[in-house]
Design a protein around this ligand. Structure first.
Ligand code: NAD
Ligand code: AHE
Ligand code: ZN
Length: 375
């Protein structure tokens, strides 16, 4: 069949809207009509050429929602008409990682996913007879896409596609980093570095978890009001303070008889390795946990004095907020439907597929929180 898609033919070039060819679902796969897709900073990261796993040409996009329109042989958990969210972190429930209960990083299809192909080693997408790569196993910048059944979450059919697509990455990553990865407790102090589409969801997760002090850190003063909307209690713009942001946060969080400062939990939501170090060092001596969410480009490395870890700080990372997609994503959609979490205000811009490059532009300019393409 044909599908309208935004194709990344080359790194660093705008996406091109073309009609691609799409083969139907094979055994264990489902064909999905994508109704809406968000544009995440990770799409921009890969398009820019910074992603060591980046492949071109490819159909990017990993934050979608849509409807199952066909199923391949052997599919048991989905049927035509189901409303679904594609998962870049599948949940096979059979691999050693899934069975370990210690991680959400299912290994069932990770190697082929990283090679831009389906589990059988081939791509379902082509253009003028040439292969187009899948991206993060999702390729939601195509009106139709194919995914393995294990990489699809069935969700509440009453939920609006143009909002719940964001659960496919940003919402789940931010809230999950707080709940699943950091396991933040009531009364905690926290600092969130980078108040974009992910950082604001970390803030909303912290509020949900009952954190007392929620410090937002961003170079863009426009983000102060955004953070406050979701529960941020203090804002720091590192370019406007006297001295170092680490000392500033440590000072703000001093408490107890010994007056030792540092946040109980810090989160990097920038992808900047220098900020990752600041976040670690702004966490509390003895127990502070710093969670890396941001994705850094090829060749970039993190560093700190080992003494920071010797003295009890914990450096962790999280992918998809530690969420098990088929189990957790339907629950998060229902939290949204029940009014427990907000999504609507963060979707600042919507556009048709033809204007997808404007969505990337808005992200570059720091003008959007999330842009959503509606098919
Ligand atoms: P975004 O562009 O919407 O937001 C980034 C924010 O960081 C902006 O508000 C920007 O002003 C701020 N910022 C930039 N440099 C800063 C600095 N030096 N100090 C303080 N603030 C600074 O991006 P996003 O969509 O929120 O994504 C954030 C990061 O998370 C990206 O690296 C993205 O690739 C990554 N990500 C990771 C996962 C995961 O599973 N680990 C999931 C989604 C996104
Ligand atoms: N391909 C990159 C890493 C990109 C990355 O870390 N991706 C996150 C999701 S970001 C979503 O917006 C992730 O899930 N990582 C775990 C995984 O298995 O990819 C690189 O550096 O090679
Ligand atoms: Zn993402």
């Amino acid at each position: 069949m044909k599908s309208r898609a935004a194709v990344a033919f080359e790194a660093g070039k705008p996406l091109e809207i073309v009609e691609v060819d799409l083969d139907g679902p094979k055994a264990g796969e489902v064909l999905i009509e994508i109704k809406a897709t968000g544009i995440c900073h990770t799409d921009e990261f890969t398009l820019s050429g910074s992603d060591p796993e980046g492949l071109f040409p490819a159909i990017l996009g990993h934050e979608g929602a849509g409807v199952v329109v066909d199923v391949g042989p052997g599919v048991t958990s989905m049927k035509k008409g189901d409303h679904v969210i594609p998962l870049y972190t599948p949940e096979c429930r059979e691999c050693p990682s899934c069975l370990s209960r210690k991680t959400n990083l299912c290994t069932a299809i990770r190697s082929t996913q990283g090679q831009g192909v389906m589990p059988d080693g081939t791509s379902r997408f082509s253009y003028r007879g040439k292969k187009i790569h899948h991206y993060m196993g999702c390729s939601t910048f195509s009106n139709y896409t194919v995914l393995p059944e294990i990489a699809v979450a069935k969700v509440n059919p009453a939920a609006p596609f143009d909002k719940i697509c964001y659960v496919g990455c940003g919402v789940t990553t931010g809230i999950g980093a707080v709940i699943n990865t950091a396991k933040v407790e009531i009364g905690a102090t926290a600092a969130v570095f980078g108040l974009g589409g992910i950082g604001l969801n970390v803030i909303q997760g912290l509020k949900l978890a009952g954190a007392d002090m929620i410090i937002g850190v961003d170079l863009n003063n426009g983000k102060k009001e955004w953070g406050e909307r979701f529960g941020m209690t203090h804002f720091v713009n590192p370019s406007e303070i006297q001295g170092d942001v680490v000392a500033h946060i440590v000072n703000m969080t001093k408490r107890g008889a010994d007056q030792i400062g540092g946040a109980d939990y810090t989160f990097d939501c920038t992808g900047n390795v220098k900020v990752m170090r600041q976040a670690l060092e702004a966490s509390h001596r003895g127990w502070g946990q710093s969670i890396i969410i941001g994705v850094a480009g090829a060749g970039q490395e993190i560093s700190t004095r080992p003494f920071q870890l010797v003295t009890g700080r914990i450096w962790k990372g999280t992918a998809f907020g530690g969420a098990r997609g088929r189990t957790d994503v339907p629950k998060i959609v229902n939290w949204y439907m029940a009014g427990k979490i907000q999504i609507d205000p963060m979707i600042t811009h919507t556009m048709p597929l033809e204007d997808i490059n404007k969505g990337f532009q808005l992200m570059h300019e720091g003008k959007s929180i999330r842009s959503v393409v509606i098919f």
